[in-house]
Design a protein around this ligand. Structure first.
Ligand SMILES: Cc1cc2nc3c(=O)[nH]c(=O)nc-3n(C[C@H](O)[C@H](O)[C@H](O)COP(=O)(O)OP(=O)(O)OC[C@H]3O[C@@H](n4cnc5c(N)ncnc54)[C@H](O)[C@@H]3O)c2cc1C
Length: 398
């Protein structure tokens, strides 16, 4: 077997498999592609959710859909009808199975699992060299979806840390048509902590606890909140834990050195992609739909132009608003719960969902701005103006 490929994709997670699937769907015109991943098997390790907007891709993979969601604080509860853009969930194992089947249909593509890539790729003549424990692969193009750095303090404006459990109970406890998107009732003063509940059936749900914080947490540090949330939901009754999921996601990443930035390239033949490289929306940490959209663009570029592309940068208006919003949450965390209830309760739901889903019109942006109280944002803006160096560099990099 030749070790030389048109394209090597490093990392076969959401970004790597999505790109490989889109390439596979292009049939005979697809580049000869190798996907390398360090994991030796795929498990149901996460649940990808998104609002099903007209721009959404891979919606056919959604096994669950909800037309209402709930946002609650200690003092207020709002139920939002999102039937125009249903909230959808793709279980990890469905996504992995579907991707592996799609990729397996095209002999131009190969996946090698249990094959970690060592260090950074190197340029040798007109090829890239990709070193693994057994072999050095070479390729014309490389898409690297590995995180370049472990999460660290200062690496993002806020970190979104979460831990969850899929639980099953005997009684019919869960309201099947309604997601709890954010329930801040447990949130201690000065912290932004909320519970998220995805009811899959009347007696099975994913219950998660999330914290937005500038400090770096381990998901296990939220275990007590999760235990309490489950106790509250099950009213102290018996439940079975079917599986767990957890993560730490960046919200508004600070700039990486040039050598690690997504577009670092020699003739654009090397790009970085995925959640750590522009794949996540700063103000939500959501990445699934952005990754799907990028995968389609990148596959088309590879076939039509012969080189891969990185994630598209956000427009200045969106980048600026996200940055300001994260600054407010960071500087005034006590306002967090009310800002979210005001956003979802006051602005027209389709506008908010298009805003969060990367397809806002100028009118949607205005609706979102006018739903939020101006004073914390003016304070954050003044603070930004007082610290022009670092803060503006962060903003331009986002
Ligand atoms: C539990 C969880 C739930 C999430 N839920 C949502 C959600 O509901 N909605 C949403 O939009 N986003 C969600 N996200 C965020 C985002 O969509 C996911 O993190 C997504 O998996 C990111 O895709 P990725 O390809 O960048 O990273 P990953 O999917 O993590 O893939 C990276 C891959 O790189 C491989 N790798 C790492 N190092 C090496 C190496 N040295 N050599 C070879 N391979 C390597 C890993 O094994 C992995 O397969 C969630 C994230 C998590 C962790």
């Amino acid at each position: 077997m030749s070790n030389d490929y048109d394209l090597v994709i490093i990392g076969g997670g959401c970004a790597g498999l999505s790109l490989a699937s889109r390439i596979s769907e292009l049939g005979n015109s697809s580049p000869r592609t190798l996907v390398l991943d360090s994991r030796s098997n795929y498990s149901n390790d996460r649940t990808w959710c998104f609002w099903n907007l007209p721009s959404s891709q891979a919606s056919h993979l959604a096994r669950y859909q909800w037309s209402k969601f709930r946002v609650a604080t200690e003092h207020q509860e709002i139920i939002v009808n999102c039937s125009d853009y249903a909230y959808c969930a793709v279980p990890g194992d469905d996504f992995y199975r579907h991707s592996l089947t799609t990729i397996g249909k095209n002999p131009q593509l190969t996946i090698q699992s249990g094959c970690p890539v060592l260090g950074s790729v190197q340029r040798a003549g007109d090829r890239w060299e990709i070193e693994t424990p057994e072999t050095i692969f070479t390729a014309n193009n490389v898409v690297d979806t590995r995180p370049v750095k472990a999460p660290q303090v200062g690496g993002a404006i806020l970190w979104q840390t979460f831990i969850g459990a899929e639980i099953e109970v005997d009684a019919e406890l869960f309201a099947a048509g309604q997601v709890t998107l954010m329930d801040f009732e447990q949130s201690p003063l000065g912290r932004i902590v909320f519970t998220y509940v995805l009811p899959f059936t009347a007696n099975r749900a994913l219950v998660e606890v999330t914290e937005f914080s500038p400090t770096l947490l381990q998901p296990s540090q939220l275990q007590d909140f999760l235990t309490l949330a489950i106790k509250d939901i099950t009213q102290g009754g018996e439940y079975r834990c079917l599986r767990n999921e957890s993560g730490v996601l960046p919200m508004g990443q600070t700039p990486l050195p040039q050598s690690l930035s997504p577009g670092h390239a020699v003739g654009s033949s090397f790009v970085r992609a995925g959640v750590a490289h522009g794949g996540a929306r700063p103000c939500t940490g959501y990445a699934f739909q952005r990754i799907q959209c990028w995968a389609t663009q990148c596959a088309v570029s590879l076939v039509e132009k012969g080189y891969p592309v990185a994630h598209r940068k956000d427009g200045y208006a969106i980048a600026f608003l996200d940055h300001l919003f994260l600054r407010v949450l960071k500087d005034e965390p006590n306002l967090g719960p009310n800002l979210f209830t005001q956003l979802f309760g006051s602005a027209p739901t389709p506008s908010v969902l298009r805003f969060l889903g990367d397809c806002a019109t100028p009118a949607d942006i205005l609706q979102v701005i006018s739903a939020l109280p101006p004073s914390p944002f003016i304070r954050a803006l003044l603070d930004l103006c007082r610290r022009p160096g670092v803060a503006w560099r962060e903003l331009l990099a986002s």
